[in-house]
Ligand binder design. Structure first.
Ligand SMILES: [Fe+2]
Ligand SMILES: [Fe+2]
Length: 355
């Protein structure tokens, strides 16, 4: 607590603020808790502190035959609550506005690739952990190749679904160890929280694991603008799932988002554990829009088997190469590869050619 703030200054400030502690604290440059501790001590010395803030509701209630003194309210005064809500909204607005399109400056010259990992479900017995090991190693050894994760990193069974831990040989604690291992395998351009991850609520452990790794972690969606050194901008719109489905077209969700939404260059989604791809042209801007769905590393899925879902997986992931030397409207600005090794070879070729 700064020593220079005297009791007299605090008394003057709290009176001036008409008892609103947050206002007085701001004026004095003190933390609200520090101010509260000082106010308690000042009150104990016999000084008068505005009652409305310190102990509201002390007026005697007279009911004729009896009277009583109401107990103090258990919440902060309304002025303080309004001030808190204003601050909360300001933070929320700042976060939401900055999230609408997150600029990512690519410092590497020339073409790049993104390996979009399908739903990992790393703790599931049906997860191909060897493929995860191989693909994360590929990211690390390929110059210009970045990793991205569309969500559902673990099964994270919660609530009544917690009984499903009985059907897998990993415990909840082991699941988080595997998640940490997975996240620390490579750098992530973006990481999305899937529905399984978000079952943890606001205490999502994956958010904290990702934070340790300085990964861009967003719940449900991440829309990023890759800004290349030559001035090209490529917008990637990734969601755990883009709403909408069609039995005739598995790429319907991201296609709908492209045609009826933000008109970005690349749409990627996971969640349904199926691969899909469609390419569209925006008639207004002339850009080519790629609508993709990536499947999952959970290759053997009891739920899918029980429900009779058709195997629609081409690969557990997709690799997209981006050649910023091509104009925005060029249909080959982005290429999609289902076998990451093939895509990495093409990226190496593109990069060698651009030197
Ligand atoms: Fe999901
Ligand atoms: Fe999933």
């Amino acid at each position: 607590m700064p020593a220079k703030v005297t009791d007299d200054q605090i008394i003057a400030a709290i009176h001036k603020a008409k008892g609103v502690r947050v206002k007085a604290a701001n004026e004095l440059g003190l933390h609200e808790r520090s101010l509260l501790a000082r106010l308690k001590r000042i009150k104990a010395k016999g000084h008068s502190i505005p009652e409305s803030t310190y102990q509201p509701g002390h007026e005697v209630v007279n009911k004729g035959d009896y009277e009583f003194t109401p107990i103090p309210d258990d919440d902060v005064p309304i002025e303080e609550l309004i001030a808190q809500r204003k601050r909360k909204f300001a933070h929320k607005r700042e976060h939401e506005e900055a999230s609408k399109l997150i600029p990512v400056r690519v410092k590497l010259d020339g073409p790049i690739g993104i390996l979009h990992f399908g739903d990992p479900h790393v703790d599931d017995d049906g997860c191909d952990i060897e493929a995860i090991e191989r693909h994360t190693a590929l990211v690390n050894k390929t110059k210009g190749l970045f990793a991205a994760n569309v969500g559902d990193t673990t099964n994270n069974w919660c609530g009544r679904l917690a009984r499903l831990y009985a059907d897998q040989t990993t415990s909840a604690a082991q699941a988080w160890r595997l998640a940490e291992w997975f996240v620390n395998r490579c750098n992530w351009l973006y990481m999305i929280g899937g529905n399984h991850d978000l079952w943890s609520g606001s205490g999502d452990p994956l958010k904290w694991i990702a934070k340790q790794q300085n990964a861009l972690y967003k719940a449900s969606e991440a829309r990023i603008a890759l800004k290349f050194l030559n001035g090209t901008e490529v917008r990637v719109n990734a969601r755990h799932d883009h709403s909408g489905s069609s039995i005739w077209n598995p790429a319907h969700g991201p296609m709908k988002a492209a045609l009826m939404g933000t008109r970005d260059h690349l749409y990627v989604a996971g969640h349904k554990h199926e691969s899909a791809y469609s390419v569209l042209k925006d008639a207004i801007s002339g850009i080519t829009m790629h609508a993709c769905k990536v499947a999952s590393y959970k290759i053997y899925d009891r739920y899918a088997k029980d429900r009779g879902f058709r195997d629609n997986s081409l690969s557990p992931c997709a690799l997209t190469t981006i050649n910023p030397a091509l104009p925005e409207s060029h249909p080959d600005l982005i290429k999609v590869w289902w076998e990451p090794e093939e895509g990495a070879d093409y990226l190496r070729y593109l990069r060698s050619r651009s030197k």
